[in-house]
Design a protein. Structure first.
Length: 70
């Protein structure tokens, strides 16, 4: 289950799908975050979990499911 921070659940689902797909092909967490930066996204680590946010404005998109975290 993911927490939604923006108004469009369709866009949120697509972004989270992209993030998870990129995690599957990356060889390390560092490479994964670098690949996401190329798409304009970043991962923010919080006490509750990892949150996907946009770059450079750091607008929160959604929380990653536990099985997708690095």
């Amino acid at each position: 289950m993911s927490v939604m921070f923006n108004n469009d659940p369709f866009i949120t689902a697509q972004v989270l799908e992209l993030v998870i797909r990129e995690r599957d092909v990356a060889l390390s967490a560092r490479e994964w975050k670098h690949r996401l930066a190329g798409y304009g996204y970043a991962i923010k680590d919080t006490d509750e979990g990892q949150i996907v946010e946009t770059l450079p404005h750091h607008v929160e998109i959604g929380m990653l499911p536990n099985e997708a975290t690095a």
